[in-house]
Design a binder for this molecule. Structure first.
Ligand code: C2E
Ligand code: MG
Ligand code: MG
Ligand code: MG
Length: 287
């Protein structure tokens, strides 16, 4: 139990805390080893465009296949990776794998990669992304970088410069989890974002909650005024999708449309959707 008395800070470590520290250290060690042994995979979650009624992009999401613990989700190791600096080699692997998959397999689709806000504290991020593009020969216009608004807060001038350098490379910038942080769209307008991803927490309230509907509608309106593409995250029901389409939200993503898929499953899904669309088109021509 931690206790503060007067001007002095006394820390009492309980056995549980000691255990946590040990666990953390072990976890850090196995993360380091996991990176060395490439125990990771990417799954891809489609983003669906309303105007095109097609998959127009996919988001790369990391998974860790731990030899003893099994599948570990990113929420359980990304913050540790950020605190230990291991996020850099981890993120390099994600960037290179996603760019290679997009170039070799996902013809015509854009791929988005989540980059941690802490990576935006260094100019290195520009070189690392350039290197992944060069190595894969992927058209930079097909790579999208997702960052949370935290990336703009640490040192706004510095992050603005870094983002402008990324834009110069030709990649797109998406603001992830929009609405969960402290900044506003008018603040973000000063940064060169191409689009925003509306956080799932807003979509969850739709269409039942009037306030959720109003907030989402207003963000979509403001986004359009600022020429930002709007993606709704975490769309789970048909009702949410209908409402978002009425509000002219540009893109949707969520379990309703597709869960994150392995590269193989994604290819099958794209082929199935394409043939369904072709069938509809030929039926329309006949009828
Ligand atoms: P995110 O970038 O906001 O990704 C969306 C998360 O919501 C993903 O979880 C996705 O699987 C999940 N999701 C998508 N649609 C739905 C839905 O309809 N319902 C529900 N309940 N969930 C949905 P995931 O894959 O566990 O990733 C969690 C977070 O971990 C991501 O949030 C992102 O911040 C981070 N992350 C994932 N991969 C990477 C990575 O390669 N690098 C970094 N730095 N962060 C990553
Ligand atoms: Mg994301
Ligand atoms: Mg998100
Ligand atoms: Mg998130």
């Amino acid at each position: 139990r931690a206790k503060t008395t007067g001007r002095n800070r006394w820390m009492f470590y309980t056995p549980e805390m000691a255990e946590q520290i040990v666990q953390r250290r072990e976890m850090e060690e196995s993360l380091r080893e996991g990176i060395k042994k490439e125990q990771f995979s990417l799954v891809y979650q489609p983003r669906y465009g309303h105007n095109s009624s097609r998959i127009i992009a996919v988001e790369a999401l990391i998974r860790w296949h731990h030899p003893e613990l099994g599948l570990i989700m990113p929420d359980q190791f990304i913050s540790l990776a950020e605190e230990t600096g291991l996020i850099i080699p981890l993120s390099d692997w994600v960037l290179k794998t996603a760019c290679r998959d997009a170039q070799q397999t996902l013809h015509g689709l854009s791929v988005s990669v989540n980059i941690s806000a802490v990576e935006f504290r260094s100019w290195q991020v520009v070189d690392r992304i350039r290197e992944a593009l060069q190595e894969s020969q992927l058209d930079p216009a097909r790579l999208e970088i997702e960052v949370t608004e935290n990336a703009t807060l640490w040192n706004p001038e510095n992050s603005l410069e870094i983002m402008l350098a990324l834009k110069k490379l030709g990649v797109k910038l998406l603001m992830d989890d929009f609405g969960t942080g402290y900044s506003s769209l008018s603040y973000l307008r000063n940064f060169p974002f191409d689009g925003i991803k509306l956080d799932k927490s807003f979509i969850d309230g739709m269409p039942g909650s009037d306030s959720a509907n109003t907030i989402v509608e207003n963000i979509i309106g403001l986004g359009k005024a600022f020429s930002l593409s709007i993606t709704a995250e975490g769309v789970e029901t048909e009702e949410q999708l209908q409402k978002l389409m009425m509000m002219e939200c540009d893109e949707t993503q969520g379990y309703l449309i597709s869960r994150p898929l392995s590269l193989t499953a994604l290819k099958e899904q794209i082929a199935a959707l394409d043939s369904a669309a072709q069938e509809r088109a030929s039926q329309n021509n006949q009828g």
